[in-house]
Design a protein around this ligand. Structure first.
Ligand code: GRF
Length: 204
């Protein structure tokens, strides 16, 4: 079975969706072996601890370069024999050393239909605020592979969600999570874990 690490920075509702799917037997190709946060007070860490999943905090101080942070992260992932990395609300853009070390083995969930409302500065409620400001009628979520460009890797899956009259960023965020993110992410993680398991079996 593949070892999966989930990287988080905040509340961790996507982490919860993954853990629930795992418990329900919907992710048979992998197990959640590590949760890493860059914030020591992230509620996501509590969710992991409640399910006895090992956790680690890797803070990004100003004096540490992206490459040095990346090397620390790689060492941590390797020490837990991690095969697959899921970014679930992780607010640090990974250095190329990480995306190279885990090429095609890192997925991210983004709360819009990429290439709209993505890239630098588009995170959290800012994404949904931008959607409302532009007045688009459809938004959604995207699961994609991660390369060194923010939200720039190959798209694996997308799910559209309607924007409703009177939406606030908070209301829209909740709808996108419920109707897209929490469904899409576990499904795509299982698919990728399955693919990687098959590759491992044939020694690739
Ligand atoms: C989600 O909207 C996710 O798409 C984005 O960051 C948010 C994280 O929320 N990348 P949570 O911590 O999973 O609740």
């Amino acid at each position: 079975m593949l070892n999966i690490a989930v990287l988080v920075s905040g509340g961790g509702t996507n982490l919860q969706a993954l853990l629930d799917a795992g418990k329900a037997g919907q992710i048979p190709s992998g197990q959640f072996s590590l949760v890493v946060s860059n914030k020591e007070n992230a509620y996501a860490l509590t969710r992991a601890k409640e399910q006895d999943i090992p956790t680690a905090v890797l803070s990004k101080t100003k004096d540490i370069t992206p490459a040095a942070y990346g090397e620390k992260l790689i060492a941590l992932l390797k020490s837990h024999q991690i095969d697959l990395v899921v970014l679930a609300g992780f607010l640090i853009v990974l250095d190329k050393c990480v995306t190279d070390a885990y090429q095609d083995r890192i997925v991210n969930i983004h709360p819009s239909l990429i290439p709209s409302f993505c890239g630098a500065g588009y995170y959290g409620l800012r994404v949904h605020q931008a959607v409302l400001d532009r007045g688009v009628k459809l938004t959604g979520a995207t699961v994609h592979l991660v390369n060194e460009i923010a939200d720039g890797g190959r798209i694996l899956a997308q799910q559209a969600v309607e924007v409703m009259e009177g939406d606030t960023p908070e209301v829209l965020q909740k709808r996108v999570m419920e109707q897209a993110e929490w469904i899409l992410l576990p499904r795509e993680v299982e698919k990728l874990a399955q693919t990687l398991s098959k590759m491992q079996e044939v020694g690739q």
